[in-house]
Design a protein around this ligand. Structure first.
Ligand code: DAH
Length: 339
């Protein structure tokens, strides 16, 4: 028996020294110490050993097991250390190399302009709200006093999801949505993406952005509108900016106006920028039509209000003197970095 155990130990040690990768060491462990291994077989054969010799044989088996285990462990840690050292050698880091620059991109002119507009209106106590880009015809047109056969619908042809649902052509539907909630007074701006079936050129895109404004309270008059937009224009384009209100027509406001600002490039003298007129058109506005108030559940005898709509790209193009809108959508970092 003793001899058999010595043979097993001898064979195991040989197999261990022949192993060159950790997997092979594991094979050795299974072969000699595993459940079906050779040492276990010896234990299973104990029945054949005389009972008085059993403790002695058991002790020898345990000694052999311990000896094999110790050599296995030693070889394993030696092998792992060698692998680790080899890996370290392969992965030497040259700390003198210049670091890789992390490109974090740049804020888009639209974003910069929007944050500026938001800052101005938040400063005047406005709330910033959002509405859906996929909108019911009911909100985009109907509740803004633009019934099915209204010619204004031709100017704002868009993408129809179905007969009743469109990609919104303007941010004005957010007015109706907020008014309907019935919380008065209202002082809000609603920025967002809008859509029209327009061909792409230097001043048009099938998708662009607007910022809607709405104020509803008791005793709001056209002079409040004028004062508000004057402050806005001065903050955005400079303290010496003048504003001009030209009569216009929008179905959902009465009276309506378009607002021009004095050209901040030539101070109104006339230049290439303002096409010689000294003025630049920036937005549409007006007093909310009583019919619109009524359709949104507000009593026009008690409440009045004003609204306005600004094109965000228009502001960005003007403010940063960009002469082609397409540049805003290419997202070329060399272009964006300039602002
Ligand atoms: N929604 C209009 C458009 O897209 C812009 C506009 C004009 C908005 C007058 C208003 C407004 O709120 O009062 O052309």
């Amino acid at each position: 028996m003793k001899e058999r155990l010595e043979n097993i130990r001898e064979e195991a040690l040989q197999a261990i020294s022949a192993a060159d990768v950790p997997e092979k060491l594991n094979d050795v462990r299974v072969r000699f110490l595993g459940k079906k291994g050779e040492l276990t077989a010896v234990l299973k054969g104990m029945k054949a050993v005389a009972p008085e010799d059993r403790p002695k044989v058991g002790q020898m088996v345990n000694e052999t097991r311990a000896a094999i285990e110790k050599v296995l462990e030693d070889s394993k840690s030696k092998m792992e250390r060698a692998i680790r050292e080899e890996k370290m050698k392969r992965e030497v880091i040259d700390v003198t190399l210049p670091a890789k620059k992390n490109m974090v991109g740049h804020r888009h002119p639209n974003t910069i302009a929007l944050e500026e507009v938001e800052r101005i209106f938040i400063g005047m106590g406005y709330e910033v709200v959002e509405g859906p880009e996929v909108e019911y015809d009911l909100y985009n047109f109907e509740k803004l006093n633009i019934p099915a056969d209204h010619p204004a619908k031709d100017e704002q042809d868009t993408f129809y999801i179905n007969k009743d649902i469109v990609l919104r052509t303007q941010t004005s539907p957010v007015q109706a949505r907020v008014m309907e909630q019935g919380k008065l007074p209202i002082r809000m701006i609603a920025p967002g993406r809008v859509f029209r079936s327009d061909e792409v050129d230097a001043t048009h895109s099938p998708s662009f952005h607007q910022i809607e404004g709405l104020v509803i309270d008791k005793n709001i008059s056209f002079s409040d509108l004028k004062g508000t937009l004057e402050v806005f224009a001065k903050e955005l384009f400079g303290e010496d900016t003048k504003t001009k209100f030209r009569p216009h027509h929008f179905p959902f406001t009465e009276p309506s106006a378009e607002v021009d600002v004095s050209c901040f490039k030539c101070k109104g003298k006339g230049c290439r920028f303002c096409k010689g007129s000294g003025w630049i058109e920036i937005l549409g506005c007006g007093m909310v039509h009583p019919h619109v108030l009524e359709m949104c559940g507000i009593d026009p005898e008690e409440y009045t209000g004003f609204a306005f709509g600004v094109g965000l790209e228009r502001i960005a193009l003007l403010k940063y003197e960009i002469d082609d809108m397409r540049l805003l959508y290419e997202n070329d970092i060399r272009f964006l970095k300039q602002f």
